[in-house]
Design a protein around this ligand. Sequence first.
Ligand code: 4FV
Length: 257
Amino acid sequence: MHVDTVTIFPELFAAFARTSLVGRAVASGLLQLEVHDLRRFTTDRHRSVDDEPYGGGGGMVMSAQPWLAALHALGADAQRARCILLSPQGRRLDDATVCALADLPRLILLCGRYEGLDERVLAQGVDEDISIGDYVLSGGELPAMVLIEAISRKIPGVVGLAASVENDSFRHGLLDHPHYTRPPEIAGERVPEVLLSGDHARIAAWRRREALRATRDKRPDLLAHAALDARDRRMLAELDGERVVEVQACKKGDRTE
Ligand code: 4FV
């Protein structure tokens, strides 16, 4: 996977490109990450990248010329590169989109600043815009890093233990189950016995049940799209049954108080 990133703050990617998972992906050659300074494509002696907005109003807008020159220089139209602008106006990033993008040979990520880019850049050279969430940041650099890291985890061989990617949250449409490690007891809290049992079938069942419980409690919207089998639905019914008992117990508790 080859990723070109265009930004006015290339230094923001320096540590990111040599640290942890992305650092290993770049070092192994499984990911080629090139960071381009947008100012390299300016033509005026002040190397300016922004200007007053037509129609007035606060803030500055990024000028089209440097971006169009950058896209041309990077061959955005020629090679099979998907050109993506990170922007709050974009389609929300999710695991399915990450998987789809991870199968492509090349991405060009545009990191905006100020109020955003002149709209004519989007018309000319951008294939799609993607948002990492409904909030406004000062720049597209962090969203670009989020996207690069999420995609890197999908590149075979990047995450040492393929199983851990396989079990990632959202991979099967569910949130992850709880995790525990040594010591078996801390702060008066013991690790669920089943996890110490060595009985892998029981452990797998417990983990599936807890993933269903976490998803039902925290992201019920995901349950509607999750690939659930009959056993999952039985587990959910049992969990709901448990909840009824809990609620009744609470009510009973209140009455006796
Ligand atoms: C953003 C987001 C984001 C908006 C104005 C950059 C900033 C500035 N990008 N998901 N949320 N971008 O807030 O992707 O130009």
